[in-house]
Design a protein around this ligand. Structure first.
Ligand code: MN
Length: 299
């Protein structure tokens, strides 16, 4: 099943062509804080028959007419794993791999949707990069979850772009600008994806293919990420995990369109526009990103 959040917080079921509005089944309206999708995820097994029937009955609207917002705007946590592909470690010339670093957090408020632009901050002398990542949405709460049963805690998957200001300052701040975590176009439930350990993923900027990888090359596998994250923090329904980027990160600029596509998950194209906000003393000093030369690699 594919679930979307759209047009001002409505919840929909879609087949990619049509959308059925199931907001009324989700227990809450879109008041503040916007947690309707968290509740739907927690109560999914109860709601499932109604949601599955929704496209077959009643009115639908065309998928390409709706404004896609981020599926879970108010997760308890937005976790992210750094340097989780060896080729990205090589291009960054770092030995701080995900297996010895663990996770970091991005501000939940950095989440945005497929119809929303990535708004570049006004930071002269800084480049802002795309990172192509598989997004994981947690379905079942848990602490100290064993690797063996970790995938039972996954509700679904989405395309996720981890947008980043390059520099040496605190990673959390460099990755927490508003609109720096587009997620979408929908959440596809785990049963439709099956085994997540060999998914092709690609990211283009305009016509240029910048990133192409497969989740089989993850350093820390998805079950291991869930085990490690939940050893420290109780995972909650709706939590989002950014699983790490492969090589090929690069700058985005005003007017670009970033397209991300993940096998059996979906694809989305996100516009980039220059914003007026974002300056601060922390990023006042210019920083030049230099990709390390990788033997045999794309760099
Ligand atoms: Mn990342």
């Amino acid at each position: 099943m594919k679930l979307i959040r759209y047009d001002g917080g409505r919840i929909g079921v879609t087949d990619g062509v049509r959308v059925a509005d199931v907001t009324r089944h989700c227990g809450v309206g879109e008041d503040w804080p916007p947690v309707a999708m968290n509740r739907l995820i927690r109560n999914f097994e109860t709601l499932r028959p109604v949601l599955e029937a929704a496209l077959g009955e009643g009115d639908t609207v065309p998928f390409d007419r709706v404004f896609l917002e981020t599926p879970v705007p108010w997760p308890n946590k937005l976790l992210a794993f750094p340097v989780n592909y060896h080729d990205h470690a090589a291009e960054m010339a770092t030995t701080g791999l995900a297996d010895v670093q663990g996770f970091f957090l991005k501000a939940n408020s950095s989440l945005s949707g497929a119809s929303e632009p990535i708004v570049l901050p006004d930071l002269p002398g800084r480049s802002v990069h795309h990172e192509c990542e598989l997004g994981v949405i947690i379905g079942k709460a848990g602490r100290q979850i064993p690797v063996e049963t970790a995938l039972d805690h996954v509700f679904g998957y989405a395309c996720l772009i981890d947008v980043t200001v390059r520099g040496r300052e605190e990673r959390v701040m460099r990755k927490s600008y508003d609109t720096f975590t587009p997620v979408g176009p929908w959440i596809v439930t785990a049963d439709e994806v099956g085994d997540p350990s060999a998914l092709e993923m690609r990211l283009w900027v305009g016509d240029e293919l910048r990133q192409h990888a497969n989740t089989r090359d993850l350093i820390v596998s998805l079950p291991e990420m869930i085990a490690v994250a939940s050893s420290a923090a109780t995972l909650q329904p709706g939590d989002v995990i950014a699983t790490g980027t492969p090589a090929g990160v690069g700058p985005i600029a005003d007017g670009d369109v970033v397209r991300i596509e993940i096998e059996r998950v979906g694809s989305m194209s996100v516009r980039v526009e220059q914003g007026a906000l974002g300056r601060n003393p922390v990023f006042a000093k210019p920083y030049e990103f230099k990709r390390a030369v990788v033997a045999g690699g794309r760099a």
